[in-house]
Ligand binder design. Structure first.
Ligand SMILES: Nc1ncnc2c1ncn2[C@@H]1O[C@H](COP(=O)(O)OP(=O)(O)O)[C@@H](O)[C@H]1O
Ligand SMILES: [Mg+2]
Length: 389
């Protein structure tokens, strides 16, 4: 039962795992969860790296950073001291950079510097590396793969890309490779190999017009660009394929944990349960659920007189009409709390379907956005209470 799991604590995951992936739909609180877990782990002495994707600017500023950058930035210990938080370890943040990661991948895979440069300079590569579906998800995994064994960190947290299909990245390694190895691409390649030049088929014409529209290609060089690109990519592909297999298998290691983040909203819960099933199909398990922004149940709503009295005890004089408004707000909160309670009852069996029952942590809907370190600590304390000193 979900209710019996109250008091669930993610501290053991922070202590035992090397990599945590926060997964869920956009807006449910993945970035917040990721940052709060990072802070909790840093507080307990870990050297933490948070790979994030779309942090709120105000969150970055509150961590003493003008903005998150694509290179590693360690949060200054002063920032924690100023908020009275004792951090024994360290917290480093890094923004994911899809194109930059793709470029490093090409650099790593290309046989010679000349070949690397030809790929990087090709307008088609520039288009694919920033616009091909699945690229962002795959490159997040690729980045994770490249830092996972970095001895400067004890724990790496990944805030996955905000996709409506939060699970896309699980297949993304294979998918990206197969997109590039697609039949159409091979056909184009064979066509060039046989005749030395293309006949302009539909695919080539469409790609040409897209790229012209983008202003990336002018005039007649297009076919040469396509031919050059496909030949180079095909050569890279051999080593790339085994790389994507390594990345995919790294995601299945036992020291990698999946934290599934959802709001109490049925749509978001459905997405997360779908993801949990996909994990199980692939022989993995969700390691924890975070239900974020849960409204508290309120059972007895006081009357206006009691509110005025209570305010008075706190040294506040409150008018009757203000007390009425407070009661209205409480009633509204109670309705939301009741709705959340019903949604959460409806899902508890589904959460139990797996072999192991992962911890389920509920995080309250705080009255303010989580845009500074002190508020982040509220969330950290809820997610991992055992890390509270
Ligand atoms: N428990 C919470 N209580 C109040 N506000 C929250 C809570 N969790 C997240 N938020 C706020 O909700 C917004 C979206 O959260 P964010 O972590 O950026 O979502 P995601 O990364 O899933 O898109 C942010 O403004 C954040 O401060
Ligand atoms: Mg986010």
């Amino acid at each position: 039962m979900l209710s019996e799991r109250q008091g669930a604590d993610l501290t053991p995951l922070l202590a035992e795992k090397r990599v945590l992936l926060c997964v869920g739909c956009g807006g449910v609180g993945k970035t917040t969860t990721c940052a709060a877990l990072g802070l909790a782990a840093a507080r307990s002495g870990k050297r933490v790296l948070c790979l994030t994707i779309d942090p709120a600017r105000r969150l970055a500023e509150s961590l003493g950073l003008e903005r998150f950058k694509t290179e590693a930035q360690r949060i200054d210990a002063e920032v924690f001291a100023a908020a009275d938080i004792d951090v024994e370890g360290s917290l480093t943040v890094m923004m994911l950079d899809t194109k930059g990661t793709f470029d490093s991948l090409v650099t790593a895979l290309a046989a010679t510097p000349e070949k690397r440069q030809r790929v990087l300079d090709n307008p088609l590569y520039q288009y694919i590396s920033s616009s091909l579906a699945g690229t962002q998800e795959y490159m997040a995994m690729e980045k994770l793969y490249s830092v996972k064994d970095d001895p400067s960190y004890d724990l790496i947290l990944l805030d996955t890309p905000p996709t409506s299909h939060a699970l896309d990245f699980l297949d993304a390694p294979e998918r990206l490779a197969s997109a590039i190895d697609s039949a159409a691409v091979r056909w184009l390649l064979q066509a060039t190999a046989r005749t030395g030049k293309f006949s302009l088929n539909l695919l080539a014409r469409t790609a040409a017009s897209v790229l012209r529209g983008l202003g990336r290609i002018t005039g007649g060089g297009f076919l040469d660009q396509v031919a050059g690109f496909l030949a180079e990519m095909n050569e890279l592909f051999g080593s790339w394929k085994s790389r994507t297999e390594e990345v995919a298998s790294a995601l299945r290691r036992p020291d990698v944990a999946y934290v599934l983040v959802t709001s109490p909203d049925p749509l978001s819960i459905r997405e997360v349960l779908f993801f949990a099933n996909r994990l199980r199909e692939q022989g993995m398990q969700p390691d924890a659920y975070v239900i974020n922004r849960v409204h508290a149940p309120i059972s007895d709503i006081p009357d206006a007189h009691a509110v005025v009295q209570a305010a008075h005890r706190h040294g506040l004089e409150m008018s009757g009409s203000l007390a009425e408004r407070v009661i209205e707000a409480m009633k509204q909160e109670a309705r939301l709390g009741e709705l959340d309670r019903l949604h959460l009852i409806a899902i508890e069996e589904a959460f139990d379907e797996g072999l192991a029952s992962p911890p389920v942590v509920r995080v309250p809907d705080f009255p303010l956005d989580i845009h500074d370190v002190r508020r982040l600590i509220w969330v950290a304390n809820t997610l991992a209470p055992a890390t509270v000193p």
